[in-house]
Design a protein around this ligand. Structure first.
Ligand SMILES: Nc1ncnc2c1ncn2[C@@H]1O[C@H](COP(=O)(O)OP(=O)(O)OP(=O)(O)O)[C@@H](O)[C@H]1O
Ligand SMILES: [Mg+2]
Length: 381
């Protein structure tokens, strides 16, 4: 028996049109692989179509999508997207952004140079938890400060822990404000023991960075690293606070992306709650890659032919083809019923603003036409 049709979750006939037409910053976030980059690119396209000067900051887009947006390399340079008036795209280069941050906060070029050539710094930029998230926010603030864009859409890196995104600025400033160095130096004796002490405070990523630097001079490098930062913490802290204020302002909109998978929905739920707790402006939740309903006629046919299908599957070519198609339709209806239940349970009682579903497309979304097809579901055509 096919599952009895389940009640569809409460429908929301609003979409994100208002968001793309009015908000200055749109942050797309969610767990790994759910469609953050696709959603960010789609919303940016829609904002540009609404006549706004728009940039989408992407992180690690699939190659074909990047190419179709005119992005060939990670270089922090906004590039116009061919064929879309008013839309720029950029691929975020974490390392370069981190360097820019150092340049900005260091009071003289010699100090900036000293930090950037420090071996510990070179490891830190890709191992410290939340660094990617922090850099995405840094870049966002930069683009905001230029005043060039009406709308800035930011993609976020795949994080296992959605908290990283909001905690990154604080974690980075805590890390850099030297308290780890004090612990480190107070332990003295051998590098091994000292690093062990630091690790005991739960900074396992710190360990990873430290552990990759081997040989003589480890301690010197570390000591020099923290000394170089002396006096720069305030700058970092202020900047992090400014970013936080910008994110929590009414000009910003968070769009959480999930799929109908229970795990992805759990993460989305957790993230929506965290955004609310932090007073961040939640604009909407997109459930991506959802199975579309089959038509009522087809549903009726599937139900009515339940008994015959077994025999048809053994029949002539035509009967087998019909049986195959009906089996497919039934499977899709089952998947849809299961997904809709997962969505209902997963989002029960949660205030997410606008809630939207995007169907699973027949193929990957890797060009502007693909984005336009998605746009039809996020911002009605
Ligand atoms: N509605 C859809 N239908 C079919 N394919 C889709 C849909 N949305 C996204 N995809 C495809 O799913 C893949 C993952 O999408 P995307 O890169 O946007 O996810 P992501 O959340 O940014 O992933 P990551 O966490 O790795 O950055 C891509 O190949 C994309 O083309
Ligand atoms: Mg992505």
């Amino acid at each position: 028996m096919a599952d009895a049709p389940v009640a569809e979750p409460d429908r929301d006939d609003r979409d994100l049109r208002e968001v793309v037409a009015t908000r200055h910053i749109i942050v797309c976030t969610g767990s790994g692989g759910v469609g953050k980059t696709t959603t960010a690119a789609t919303l940016a396209l829609a904002a540009a179509r609404a006549g706004r000067r728009t940039i989408v900051v992407t992180i690690d887009p699939a190659r074909r999508l990047a190419q179709s947006m005119g992005l060939e390399q990670l270089d922090n340079t906004p590039r116009p997207v061919a064929g879309v008036e008013g839309l720029d795209a950029m691929m975020l280069d974490m390392k370069r952004t981190f360097d820019e941050v150092i340049d900005r906060h260091a009071d003289d070029p010699a100090r900036a140079q000293r930090i950037k050539s420090n071996r510990f710094y070179q490891q830190l930029s890709d191992t410290l938890a939340g660094t990617q998230e922090y850099m995405a926010m840094e870049k966002l603030f930069d683009l905001h400060s230029t005043g060039h864009y009406d709308c800035i859409v930011v993609d976020t890196p795949p994080t296992r822990n959605a908290l990283d995104f909001l905690d990154a600025p604080r974690r980075l400033t805590d890390f850099l404000d030297g308290r780890f160095l004090k612990m480190f130096l107070s332990t003295g004796v051998s590098a091994g023991r000292a690093v062990g002490r630091v690790a005991a405070f739960g900074t396992s990523l710190f360990m990873k960075a430290a552990g990759r630097i081997t040989g003589a001079g480890v301690l010197d490098d570390l000591g020099e690293f923290f000394q170089s930062f002396e006096g720069m913490y305030e700058g970092f802290k202020h900047r992090a606070q400014a970013v936080y204020r910008l994110l929590s302002s009414g000009d910003t909109a968070f769009v959480v992306v999930a799929t109908a998978d229970p795990g992805a929905l759990r993460e989305a739920r957790y993230f929506v709650q965290r955004l609310a707790k932090d007073g961040m402006p939640m604009a909407g939740l997109v459930v991506n890659r959802v199975a579309e309903p089959i038509s009522d006629d087809l549903q009726a046919l599937v139900a009515a032919t339940e008994d015959e299908r077994g025999a048809w599957a053994e029949g002539d070519d035509q009967q087998r083809a019909v049986a195959g198609l009906l089996a497919l339709a039934r499977r899709q209806a089952d998947v849809r019923a299961r997904q809709q239940r997962a969505i209902r349970n997963g989002l029960h009682g949660l205030d997410v603003g606008v809630r939207l579903e995007v169907p699973l497309m027949a193929s990957d979304v890797h060009d502007l036409d693909g984005l336009r097809a998605i746009a039809a579901h996020l911002v009605a055509a």
